[in-house]
Design a protein. Structure first.
Length: 270
């Protein structure tokens, strides 16, 4: 059962998680096989919002879902990954290769922690380490062994130091960059693309680590952290009872099941 007193429970309720999630997709795209697996097997171009929603749904479910919901979703994700293959440099690879699963996991949780930190969330060093340790359970859902997943800031930094020589900008990473800056939405949503591109798409890119920005090769916003903090403050003006209604809705249902006393709050941080 997910723990309402965990760092993850409090942190993942912050509205800045949407920016952090998109930032993690830019970071993931720098692994040539990981991004090829997405481009070659996903319908994200035809269903951009659906792809992003499914990713957010799985992340949120791991924190706020019931044990049964989490087990069912994890089994479905593992079965899907098990059936998929990709090709890079003429070599076929499995999408569920543990190396690729680990890269995706570390890209996500690292961006979740670092982007919210830059936005002003304010975790202590010990709480950040605890967050990484907690998120080992999320890695187990996709088939990784928790003991082989970085469980602290030091271990995460060492992992990225190890991985950096294997990362690079590719044609596929450019596809993801363009997609995240301007997903091919239809109808009235198209009118919001210029605002999205400025306030979300390029801001999420701009808060990547310096080495990741160098690999992607595009200029970030100069004052990205300032913009990020302003975006968070603006989002927090919206009352929580309204924010919790945002999809995918797992947090709202968790509060309905367990009571208002489990409402996420920085005061509940261990």
């Amino acid at each position: 059962m997910p723990d309402p007193n965990s760092v993850s429970w409090q942190l993942h309720a912050d509205p800045t998680m949407w920016i952090a999630g998109i930032a993690s997709l830019y970071l993931q795209a720098l692994h040539p096989r990981a991004v090829a697996g997405v481009v070659q097997n996903s319908n994200f171009q035809a269903d951009p919002l659906g792809r992003l929603k499914r990713t957010a749904d799985f992340v949120d479910l791991g924190v706020y879902g019931t044990d049964e919901e989490i087990a069912t979703a994890a089994a479905r994700v593992r079965a899907t990954h098990r059936s998929l293959r990709g090709v890079v440099d003429g070599r076929t690879f499995r999408v569920d290769d543990p190396e690729l699963l680990l890269w995706v996991h570390c890209s996500e949780v690292s961006c979740f922690e670092t982007v919210l930190d830059r936005a002003g969330y304010g975790l202590s060093g010990r709480q950040k380490d605890l967050y990484y340790a907690e998120q080992r359970s999320a890695a187990a859902l996709v088939g990784l062994h928790p003991d082989e997943v970085p469980g602290s800031r030091r271990e995460m930094a060492e992992y990225f130091d190890w991985m950096r020589p294997f990362l690079r900008r590719t044609t596929d990473s450019d596809v993801i960059y363009d997609f995240l800056h301007g997903p091919p939405v239809q109808g009235w949503l198209r009118h919001g693309l210029p605002v999205y591109r400025v306030l979300v798409g390029h801001l999420a890119y701009s808060v990547l680590p310096e080495w990741a920005l160098e690999l992607h090769g595009r200029e970030p916003y100069v004052h990205a952290d300032r913009w990020l903090r302003m975006m968070r403050r603006a989002a927090l003006i919206v009352p929580f009872k309204i924010r919790k209604l945002a999809p995918p809705g797992h947090l709202r249902r968790a509060i309905e099941r367990q009571g208002r006393h489990v409402t996420p709050s920085k005061a509940r941080l261990p």
